[in-house]
Design a protein around this ligand. Sequence first.
Ligand SMILES: CC(C)(COP(=O)(O)OP(=O)(O)OC[C@H]1O[C@@H](n2cnc3c(N)ncnc32)[C@H](O)[C@@H]1OP(=O)(O)O)[C@@H](O)C(=O)NCCC(=O)NCCS
Length: 152
Amino acid sequence: MTIVPLAEALAHREQITEWLYKAFGSGNSRAFFASILQSSLSGSDLPLTFVALEGDRAVGTVGLWRCDLISRQDLFPWLAALYVDEGCRGRGISEKLQQRVREESHQRGYADLYLYSACADYYERFGWRYIGDALDYPDRAVRLYHQPLRAG
Ligand SMILES: CC(C)(COP(=O)(O)OP(=O)(O)OC[C@H]1O[C@@H](n2cnc3c(N)ncnc32)[C@H](O)[C@@H]1OP(=O)(O)O)[C@@H](O)C(=O)NCCC(=O)NCCS
């Protein structure tokens, strides 16, 4: 498996939009996720989208975003939009995608990484520390996680 920036996996752009829309979207928010992918191709520092590939097939994706939770703009940057194709789950692909984001963040000099999730007892196993709750707009309670980025 290789993990590449979206710019090197453009053939899978529609597939990734579909995954994110179905997993994290609501209503007709497909264009919202398409626009995030578009902005991650702009050449700016952030956001970044990574794609896990097995041969010609996309098996997962993850983002490194400036902000994923509008109520906590004091925290920066964020691991976001982590998704593994249903048929490929349970093989550790999620962990490799998280590792890619950690490495990229560390290389860029970020000292911290954050994420939010509605799930308990998942991210803890990958070294994330639960640091409290927060609100996703307008009133959905979510769990905040932090991971320090050390040298190495
Ligand atoms: C969550 C997700 C990225 C995991 O990908 P993956 O490559 O299968 O992850 P791993 O192989 O590293 O780990 C699989 C483990 O995570 C557990 N897991 C998966 N989804 C979970 C969830 N929502 N809450 C708690 N544990 C979960 C699996 O039961 C499995 O446990 P096991 O190792 O004890 O059998 C993938 O299931 C996914 O894309 N889900 C849809 C998006 C989503 O629900 N995101 C929110 C995650 S909290």
